[in-house]
Design a binder for this molecule. Structure first.
Ligand code: GLY
Length: 340
């Protein structure tokens, strides 16, 4: 049994803690405001295909592997997994060209995805507005991150300040704001996100829609089994506090209501902004730092919810065997405890 202190009770810190507790370790999680960071804002898309980007083959591999873990993980935590797939939709010809590029990347990664005409898109999602074409991603699903965090918090005790007890290992899982000397390994990437309440079925899409509207990316996630709809998200590199802005809210609403005009009658209930923890290569930092007894589980950028189960396994495996996936190894950026 290893004595471990985890700093940070977002979805990553909690998932790691739960896995370590299940494996019989002695775990203390410290956070004065559990679940209030990026996990609180996240839409919960489990979307390795929709988020695939150039040069991110390792991220795609990890995302697919973690997506495969989610059905059993959600069942174990008692949270609903919406397995209804994702529509990609482009408003104009330029947007469809971008979607075609995405399909090309997926084909290179060995995933065959069929492009859809406007007519085929509307057959799948009758509430779509002016769209020109798109595609169907059958394996990109979603989960409610707030339910996941609530379920993890019911399994993992969290204290506001460290007890002072001696531990063998400390895991830093504080998202976009790591302590020294690791602070420079993550950069804050602000995301603004909206939550709506649908008052009639025609106000919400049946499935997640990821759109490009005249170049503006937007996603609309209907929450399975509830009237919640999430619209996200802006993405801004910044060094000011993450507050919701008029401009960000306007951009999201403008794109979302062009894509799905039925949203106009839904109730706007929440506007949230949080920092995503971006790393230099957009891959997380999971494992040893080079500093004795200090591990990282951080830097999950746009993928914290998707990668939570695989991160928990990777971190716990490292604690027990010393194994580390080179793609996740924090030492690719740090040497002997100092940020490179
Ligand atoms: N994973 C979606 C986002 O970060 O906006």
């Amino acid at each position: 049994m290893t004595r471990i202190r985890i700093c940070g009770a977002g979805i990553i810190g909690l998932a790691c803690a739960e896995e370590l507790l299940l494996r019989g370790h002695d775990v203390e999680v410290v956070d004065p405001a559990p679940g209030s960071g990026a996990s609180y804002a996240a839409a919960g898309m489990l979307s390795p295909s929709g988020e695939l980007w150039h040069g991110e083959a390792d991220l795609f591999r990890l995302g697919r592997a973690s997506a495969d873990l989610w059905p059993a993980y959600a069942a174990r935590l008692g949270v609903a997994l919406a397995q209804s797939g994702t529509l990609l939709a482009g408003a104009d010809a330029g947007d469809v060209q971008e979607i075609d590029r995405q399909l090309g990347l997926l084909a290179e990664a060995g995933v065959a995805v069929e492009a859809l005409t406007r007519r085929e898109l509307v057959a799948r999602e009758p509430g779509l507005g002016r769209v020109t074409g798109g595609a169907w991603l059958p394996d990109d699903h979603s989960v409610d991150p707030r339910s996941v965090v609530a379920s993890l918090l019911a399994r993992v005790p969290v204290v506001p300040v460290a007890s002072g007890a001696r531990v063998d290992l400390t895991v830093l899982a504080t998202g976009a704001h790591l302590p020294a000397p690791y602070a420079a390994l993550v950069r804050p990437v602000r995301g603004e996100i909206l939550r709506l309440r649908a008052h009639a079925p025609d106000q919400a899409p049946a499935t997640t829609v990821r759109g490009l509207v005249h170049g503006e990316p937007v996603y609309v996630v209907p929450r399975s089994g509830s009237d919640e709809i999430v619209i996200g998200a802006t993405s801004d590199e910044h060094d000011t506090p993450p507050v919701p802005t008029v401009e960000g809210t306007f951009r999201l609403l403008e794109a979302a209501r062009a894509l799905l005009p039925g949203l106009d009658r839904a109730e706007l209930v929440e506007v949230t902004a949080r920092d995503r923890p971006g790393t230099p290569d957009n891959l997380p930092l999971v494992g040893p730092t080079g500093e004795d007894g200090v591990l990282l589980a951080a830097g999950h950028y746009r993928h914290g919810v998707l990668l939570a189960p695989i991160t928990a396994q990777a971190l716990a495996d490292h604690v027990e065997t010393g194994a580390v996936d080179p793609a996740l190894d924090p030492r690719r950026f740090v040497t002997e405890g100092s940020a490179a």
